[in-house]
Design a protein around this ligand. Structure first.
Ligand SMILES: Cc1ncc(COP(=O)(O)O)c(C=O)c1O
Length: 349
């Protein structure tokens, strides 16, 4: 079937995985949320007869605000980071610059709302050059760390995008999975904790907490920007369960758990890169996200052959600036990676 441009922008790794396959295509960690979180959510079920209240919303925003050292009025709870993208057109940008290769949902949301967009395509090794962004752009959207390149832009480069009259939108969906491998500091280049009125940070709880099905995230930004984002939104936009999950995952114990997981991912990524070095692939390094970008010859064929061997990897060509020879693979345990490397050695020329 012919793929439209919309199909390509809407493509997600989940459709590349069939039951029983070894899944390198999706970046969610695990099948579902941890037991403690399920219990918290289960405890809320009996109260579903009530509408979610302002008080619950404020309580959850307080927890998120405390996690980031910000005020509750700088927090907007979201049905996943994806909802944040869908709200961006309410800010009525004249020209939105989208830094690619990157996750394509922001571009789709803006384009479908009739916003003029311009792609800023970074070449390998995909480092951010603020000078490439057109001055006329009053909104710039970029991911940090970036999906699918796994590049982590230094915070000062992100902040160098700021200009009078411009909003910088940073998709930090994977920031909680990053760590400075030398110092061990978590979320090293995040700008989430800076109270800057012209920087909007979107966070997701999907990946770390295996909550893709519940839809949980939040925005951090200036109160005026958040007010404009909210204009026209449905009453009770989030369920009580979403509100509870966002609060629960932002409490200090949960944040400590996510940072421990980030360190585990970093260790797994080192092992994975070492094993992949034995396969006929090029790895985009250094990498900071819970995934690696690979380049292979005849990528489409390689992906098909891996699929025949029960291994799903994410195609790269739906990301502007990448080709069919790019594949994204989630960071996984040594045993899984050994299977991938064995298969790659068989199928790559
Ligand atoms: C880079 C990036 N940002 C945002 C999202 C959206 O996440 P959520 O599930 O919170 O809507 C994804 C999901 O794949 C993603 O990869």
């Amino acid at each position: 079937m012919h793929e439209t441009e919309r199909d390509l922008l809407r493509h997600h790794g989940d459709v590349e995985v069939a039951p029983g396959m070894l899944d390198f295509a999706v970046n969610v960690r695990g099948e579902g949320p941890p037991a403690w979180l399920r219990e918290r959510l289960a405890a809320k079920l009996a109260g579903l007869g009530r509408y979610p209240s302002e008080a619950e919303d404020l309580a959850a925003r307080r927890v998120v605000a405390a996690r980031h050292g910000r005020d509750p009025d700088e927090v907007l709870l979201l049905a996943g980071g994806a909802e944040g993208f869908s709200l961006l057109p309410r800010l009525q940008p004249r020209l939105a610059a989208l830094v690619h290769p990157s996750f394509t949902e922001p571009e789709l949301a803006l384009r479908e709302a009739g916003v003029d967009v311009q792609r800023v395509i970074l070449d390998a090794p995909y480092r951010l050059d603020p000078a490439l962004v057109p001055d006329a752009a009053d909104m710039v959207v970029l991911g940090n760390p970036t999906n699918p390149t796994s590049v982590l832009h230094p915070a000062e480069h992100v902040l160098a995008l700021r200009r009078q009259g411009r909003l910088v939108v940073v998709d930090e969906a994977f920031a909680d999975a990053t760590v400075d491998e030398v110092t061990g500091v978590a979320e090293p280049q995040s700008v989430a904790d800076l109270s800057l009125p012209d920087v909007l940070v979107l966070r997701s709880l999907t990946k770390t907490w295996a909550l893709a099905g519940l839809r949980c995230g939040y925005a951090l930004g200036g109160p005026e920007v958040l007010e404009r984002l909210k204009q026209g939104r449905a009453h009770w936009p989030l369920s009580s369960l979403q509100v509870e999950a966002i609060a629960a995952c932002s409490e200090p114990d949960a944040v400590a758990q996510s940072h421990a997981q980030a360190r585990a991912i970093a260790a797994e990524r080192v092992v994975m890169a070492g094993l992949l070095a034995e396969a006929p692939v090029r790895i985009a390094l250094p990498a900071f996200g819970p995934f690696l970008l690979l380049e292979v010859r005849d990528g489409e064929l390689v992906r098909k052959r891996l699929r025949e061997r029960g291994i799903a990897v994410r195609r790269g060509d739906t990301f502007p600036g990448l080709s069919t020879d790019h594949l994204r693979v989630a960071v996984r345990t040594r045993d899984d990676v050994v299977r991938l490397v064995d298969a790659l050695r068989q199928v790559c020329r």
